[in-house]
Design a protein around this ligand. Sequence first.
Ligand code: MN
Length: 232
Amino acid sequence: MEDTVIPRPTPASLAVQGTQARFPVRRIYCVGRNYAEHAREMGDTGRTPPFFFGKPADVVLNVADGAEGVLPYPPATSDLHHEIELVAALGSGGRDLTVDQAASAIWGYAIGLDMTRRDLQAEAKKAGRPWDTAKGFDHSAVLGPVHPVSSTGSKTSGAISLTINGQPRQSGDLSDMIWSVPEAIAYLSTLFELKAGDLIFTGTPAGVGAVVVGDRLRGEIDGLGALQVRIG
Ligand code: MN
Protein backbone atom coordinates (compact mmCIF):
# COMPACT_ATOMS: atom_id res chain seq x y z
CA MET A 1 0.00 0.00 0.00
CA GLU A 2 1.29 3.49 -0.82
CA ASP A 3 2.63 5.82 1.88
CA THR A 4 0.22 8.26 3.50
CA VAL A 5 1.11 11.64 5.03
CA ILE A 6 -1.04 10.96 8.08
CA PRO A 7 -1.96 7.58 9.57
CA ARG A 8 -4.48 5.78 7.41
CA PRO A 9 -7.81 5.44 9.28
CA THR A 10 -9.02 1.92 9.93
CA PRO A 11 -12.21 1.30 7.94
CA ALA A 12 -15.27 0.38 9.99
CA SER A 13 -16.43 -3.22 9.86
CA LEU A 14 -19.02 -5.47 11.46
CA ALA A 15 -18.81 -8.95 12.88
CA VAL A 16 -20.57 -11.62 10.81
CA GLN A 17 -22.59 -14.30 12.55
CA GLY A 18 -21.03 -17.74 12.16
CA THR A 19 -17.59 -16.71 10.86
CA GLN A 20 -14.47 -14.81 11.90
CA ALA A 21 -14.55 -12.84 8.62
CA ARG A 22 -15.87 -9.29 8.89
CA PHE A 23 -18.25 -7.14 6.85
CA PRO A 24 -16.51 -3.90 5.78
CA VAL A 25 -18.70 -0.79 5.93
CA ARG A 26 -18.61 1.61 2.97
CA ARG A 27 -21.51 4.00 3.56
CA ILE A 28 -24.45 4.27 5.94
CA TYR A 29 -27.80 5.36 4.53
CA CYS A 30 -30.95 5.74 6.61
CA VAL A 31 -34.62 5.82 5.63
CA GLY A 32 -36.75 8.35 7.51
CA ARG A 33 -40.28 7.65 8.78
CA ASN A 34 -40.87 4.21 7.30
CA TYR A 35 -43.51 2.87 9.71
CA ALA A 36 -46.93 4.51 9.54
CA GLU A 37 -47.40 4.84 13.28
CA HIS A 38 -43.95 6.41 13.77
CA ALA A 39 -44.54 8.72 10.78
CA ARG A 40 -47.75 9.86 12.48
CA GLU A 41 -45.99 10.42 15.81
CA MET A 42 -43.49 12.61 13.90
CA GLY A 43 -46.29 14.53 12.15
CA ASP A 44 -46.72 12.84 8.75
CA THR A 45 -49.78 11.44 7.03
CA GLY A 46 -50.04 9.20 4.00
CA ARG A 47 -47.54 7.35 1.78
CA THR A 48 -45.05 9.93 0.59
CA PRO A 49 -41.88 8.96 -1.29
CA PRO A 50 -39.11 7.69 1.00
CA PHE A 51 -36.47 10.17 2.09
CA PHE A 52 -32.93 9.50 3.18
CA PHE A 53 -30.14 10.83 5.29
CA GLY A 54 -26.68 9.50 6.06
CA LYS A 55 -24.24 8.83 8.82
CA PRO A 56 -20.46 8.69 8.43
CA ALA A 57 -19.24 5.09 8.15
CA ASP A 58 -16.93 5.44 11.15
CA VAL A 59 -19.69 6.19 13.68
CA VAL A 60 -20.38 2.45 13.90
CA LEU A 61 -20.48 0.92 17.36
CA ASN A 62 -20.50 -2.84 16.71
CA VAL A 63 -21.66 -5.00 19.61
CA ALA A 64 -20.73 -8.67 19.54
CA ASP A 65 -23.41 -11.33 19.78
CA GLY A 66 -24.29 -11.93 23.43
CA ALA A 67 -22.26 -8.93 24.65
CA GLU A 68 -23.41 -5.62 26.09
CA GLY A 69 -21.94 -2.59 24.31
CA VAL A 70 -21.41 0.76 25.97
CA LEU A 71 -22.60 3.89 24.18
CA PRO A 72 -21.05 7.00 25.72
CA TYR A 73 -23.75 9.65 26.23
CA PRO A 74 -22.92 12.15 23.48
CA PRO A 75 -22.19 15.85 24.04
CA ALA A 76 -24.49 18.75 23.06
CA THR A 77 -27.78 17.02 23.81
CA SER A 78 -30.19 16.44 26.65
CA ASP A 79 -32.63 14.42 24.53
CA LEU A 80 -30.84 11.35 23.16
CA HIS A 81 -33.43 9.10 21.45
CA HIS A 82 -33.41 5.42 20.53
CA GLU A 83 -34.66 4.17 17.13
CA ILE A 84 -34.57 0.39 16.73
CA GLU A 85 -34.22 -0.60 13.06
CA LEU A 86 -33.66 -3.49 10.68
CA VAL A 87 -30.42 -2.84 8.80
CA ALA A 88 -29.74 -4.28 5.35
CA ALA A 89 -26.08 -4.92 4.45
CA LEU A 90 -25.40 -4.88 0.71
CA GLY A 91 -23.22 -7.45 -1.03
CA SER A 92 -23.53 -5.71 -4.39
CA GLY A 93 -24.96 -2.47 -5.68
CA GLY A 94 -25.63 -0.46 -8.80
CA ARG A 95 -27.77 2.37 -10.07
CA ASP A 96 -31.49 2.39 -10.86
CA LEU A 97 -32.06 -1.09 -9.45
CA THR A 98 -35.41 -2.77 -9.87
CA VAL A 99 -37.08 -3.97 -6.69
CA ASP A 100 -36.02 -7.56 -7.52
CA GLN A 101 -32.42 -6.46 -8.18
CA ALA A 102 -32.44 -4.52 -4.90
CA ALA A 103 -33.61 -7.63 -3.04
CA SER A 104 -30.77 -9.63 -4.63
CA ALA A 105 -28.21 -7.01 -3.55
CA ILE A 106 -28.84 -7.72 0.16
CA TRP A 107 -26.01 -9.78 1.64
CA GLY A 108 -27.36 -9.88 5.16
CA TYR A 109 -29.22 -8.17 7.97
CA ALA A 110 -28.36 -6.72 11.35
CA ILE A 111 -30.20 -5.14 14.25
CA GLY A 112 -29.37 -1.43 14.47
CA LEU A 113 -30.03 1.57 16.65
CA ASP A 114 -30.21 4.90 14.83
CA MET A 115 -29.35 7.03 17.86
CA THR A 116 -30.58 10.59 17.49
CA ARG A 117 -29.94 13.88 19.29
CA ARG A 118 -33.65 14.77 19.03
CA ASP A 119 -33.24 18.28 20.41
CA LEU A 120 -30.67 19.14 17.71
CA GLN A 121 -32.91 17.54 15.07
CA ALA A 122 -35.89 19.64 16.20
CA GLU A 123 -33.78 22.82 15.99
CA ALA A 124 -32.51 21.81 12.54
CA LYS A 125 -36.02 21.11 11.27
CA LYS A 126 -37.27 24.45 12.57
CA ALA A 127 -34.40 26.34 10.93
CA GLY A 128 -34.40 24.30 7.70
CA ARG A 129 -30.85 23.13 8.44
CA PRO A 130 -29.19 19.73 7.80
CA TRP A 131 -29.56 16.84 10.24
CA ASP A 132 -25.90 15.83 10.40
CA THR A 133 -25.29 16.96 13.97
CA ALA A 134 -28.49 15.24 15.10
CA LYS A 135 -27.84 11.94 13.31
CA GLY A 136 -24.16 11.54 12.50
CA PHE A 137 -22.37 11.88 15.83
CA ASP A 138 -19.77 9.43 17.14
CA HIS A 139 -21.15 5.96 17.99
CA SER A 140 -24.61 6.93 16.67
CA ALA A 141 -24.94 3.76 14.57
CA VAL A 142 -25.11 0.88 17.07
CA LEU A 143 -25.12 -2.47 15.28
CA GLY A 144 -25.13 -6.15 16.11
CA PRO A 145 -23.44 -8.72 13.87
CA VAL A 146 -24.53 -9.19 10.27
CA HIS A 147 -26.55 -12.36 9.68
CA PRO A 148 -26.12 -13.68 6.12
CA VAL A 149 -29.32 -13.75 4.08
CA SER A 150 -28.29 -17.30 3.14
CA SER A 151 -29.21 -18.29 6.70
CA THR A 152 -32.02 -15.82 7.52
CA GLY A 153 -33.91 -15.71 4.24
CA SER A 154 -35.51 -12.48 3.08
CA LYS A 155 -36.80 -10.49 6.06
CA THR A 156 -40.20 -9.12 5.09
CA SER A 157 -42.06 -9.81 8.33
CA GLY A 158 -41.33 -10.57 11.96
CA ALA A 159 -41.38 -8.76 15.27
CA ILE A 160 -39.08 -5.80 15.94
CA SER A 161 -38.91 -4.44 19.47
CA LEU A 162 -36.90 -2.48 22.00
CA THR A 163 -36.97 -2.61 25.78
CA ILE A 164 -35.22 -0.28 28.21
CA ASN A 165 -34.35 -1.73 31.62
CA GLY A 166 -36.77 -4.52 30.78
CA GLN A 167 -39.70 -2.19 29.99
CA PRO A 168 -41.24 -2.30 26.48
CA ARG A 169 -40.68 0.93 24.52
CA GLN A 170 -40.90 0.19 20.81
CA SER A 171 -42.61 -2.66 19.05
CA GLY A 172 -43.81 -3.34 15.56
CA ASP A 173 -43.58 -5.78 12.71
CA LEU A 174 -41.28 -5.57 9.70
CA SER A 175 -44.36 -6.02 7.52
CA ASP A 176 -45.60 -2.61 8.78
CA MET A 177 -42.96 -0.76 6.74
CA ILE A 178 -44.41 1.85 4.39
CA TRP A 179 -41.64 1.08 1.86
CA SER A 180 -40.34 -2.49 1.90
CA VAL A 181 -36.58 -2.91 2.25
CA PRO A 182 -36.09 -3.72 -1.48
CA GLU A 183 -38.38 -0.82 -2.47
CA ALA A 184 -36.38 1.60 -0.32
CA ILE A 185 -33.08 0.31 -1.72
CA ALA A 186 -34.38 0.56 -5.29
CA TYR A 187 -35.47 4.15 -4.65
CA LEU A 188 -32.11 4.97 -3.01
CA SER A 189 -30.29 3.61 -6.07
CA THR A 190 -31.89 6.34 -8.20
CA LEU A 191 -30.08 8.89 -6.02
CA PHE A 192 -26.70 7.19 -5.43
CA GLU A 193 -24.69 4.39 -6.99
CA LEU A 194 -24.89 1.73 -4.31
CA LYS A 195 -21.99 -0.61 -3.63
CA ALA A 196 -21.06 -3.65 -1.61
CA GLY A 197 -20.48 -2.60 1.99
CA ASP A 198 -23.33 -0.10 2.12
CA LEU A 199 -25.64 -0.33 5.13
CA ILE A 200 -29.26 0.80 4.96
CA PHE A 201 -31.13 1.58 8.17
CA THR A 202 -34.74 0.95 7.19
CA GLY A 203 -36.71 3.07 9.65
CA THR A 204 -38.11 2.65 13.13
CA PRO A 205 -41.50 1.65 14.52
CA ALA A 206 -43.45 3.89 16.90
CA GLY A 207 -42.40 4.51 20.47
CA VAL A 208 -39.17 6.49 20.14
CA GLY A 209 -38.08 8.26 23.30
CA ALA A 210 -35.21 9.47 25.41
CA VAL A 211 -32.56 7.45 27.21
CA VAL A 212 -30.41 8.47 30.19
CA VAL A 213 -27.04 7.36 31.52
CA GLY A 214 -27.26 3.86 32.98
CA ASP A 215 -30.17 2.73 30.80
CA ARG A 216 -29.86 -0.77 29.34
CA LEU A 217 -31.33 -1.10 25.87
CA ARG A 218 -32.22 -4.45 24.33
CA GLY A 219 -33.36 -4.58 20.72
CA GLU A 220 -34.72 -7.72 19.13
CA ILE A 221 -35.73 -8.71 15.62
CA ASP A 222 -37.13 -12.16 14.85
CA GLY A 223 -34.33 -14.37 13.59
CA LEU A 224 -31.52 -11.89 14.31
CA GLY A 225 -31.07 -12.39 18.05
CA ALA A 226 -30.66 -9.38 20.32
CA LEU A 227 -28.64 -6.17 20.43
CA GLN A 228 -27.76 -4.97 23.92
CA VAL A 229 -26.19 -1.64 24.83
CA ARG A 230 -25.84 0.40 28.00
CA ILE A 231 -25.74 4.19 28.01
CA GLY A 232 -22.41 5.14 29.64
MN1 MN B 1 -34.16 6.21 12.00
